[in-house]
Design a protein around this ligand. Sequence first.
Ligand code: PMP
Length: 428
Amino acid sequence: MPAPPDPSRDLQARHAELRARYADLQARGLRLDMTRGKPSPEQLDLSEGLLALPGNRDHRAESGEDARNYGGVQGLAEVRALFSGVLGAPPEQIAVGNNSSLALMHDCIAYALLKGVPGGAAPWSREEIRFICPVPGYDRHFALCETYGIGMLSVPMTPRGPDMDAVEDLARDPAVRGMWAVPQYANPGGETYDDETVARLAGMATGAPDFRLFWDNAYALHHLTDRRPALRNILEACAAAGRPDRPLVFASTSKVTLAGAGLAFLAASPANLRWYLACAGKRSIGPDKLNQLRHARFLRDAGGLERLMEGHRRLLAPKFRAVTDALARALAGTGAARWSEPAGGYFVLLEVPDGCASRVVELAAGCGLALTPAGATHPYGRDPRDRTLRLAPSYPSLGEVEAAAEVIALCTLLAAAENRQAGGSGQV
Ligand code: PMP
């Protein structure tokens, strides 16, 4: 009679085969970096025309203002009008900052800590305060909280947005003063908040009268497919719910024109905008209006913006497809991973078996592929289940992305096999 199959021998053979394939990949001497969602050089080339603008003797804004000079803290009217649709706010409720929306978020937090916000009784720094953090989320949001001693309360993301029962529960605490939200093509999961989530965020009761929703719409224009998500307008929803001062809306052209030399925006209620401009007017005599003029000349109108984003999509969509196709080829049906198929934004979220994410990062590094550190998607850099990975395919070339995806898939299989050998399930 033939001997019954020995499952442990099967596992060992499978593990040995994966190790051999891993050694082959190591021998290729790859040097790849998928750590951050940076635009590629080809994407930056789409906006090369900016560098010649506004050009000699072109320095007058529509208002007649000389863009070379001091002043104009709110930003040029034509630029605010151009981005009014993206921000979902009338031009008078928009301020244009310099090149970083993260800097605007930082400044709003710093002003709130030092001076308080409209509707608040005191500066936030007088008490221990906390923010609600949808998880997985954006590491730099968490780093801002950490650096200023703002406690972080995690709530899980769902395909429709953050778990709203959990959010509403936490928001009742008066120490909870804020919440992070990346409402469209979220970093890193790619989710877009649905209408009910937006309505509940706008309408929910908060223990703090000066609660602020940091609505970071970084990926408002960054579609990877023909579909257009219909994200509900948060400023309108909050105003309709009688809480016009709740949201602070942020966006930028970092991933539209030039990541290091774009424009950033804040849109908010009239009271919030007055507050911001009063604070910003102390910080600086005015923003770089020549860069604003340059952007107005280059982009022209909403159609110009759309055509530029189509150029980005042509470069980005094949890279995202290369990642998800490679993951599907290697991992579908194995139970060793789950991943997002984002319709926009800059990231693919990969979930691996509990306890395996840091091992996948380590194995990938062993093949010359740098990944975002495991844990970066969670407050304090700690993913309690060590299972979440953020993949950023924008910067490397298509060929490099294909090679990197192969490495990630193999490292996931190997980590899952090790996990099984150590007595884990090896399954997500
Ligand atoms: N918000 C989110 C959600 C992001 O993913 C990024 C870039 N990775 C930023 C903000 C940074 O924006 P900016 O370049 O305008 O500072």
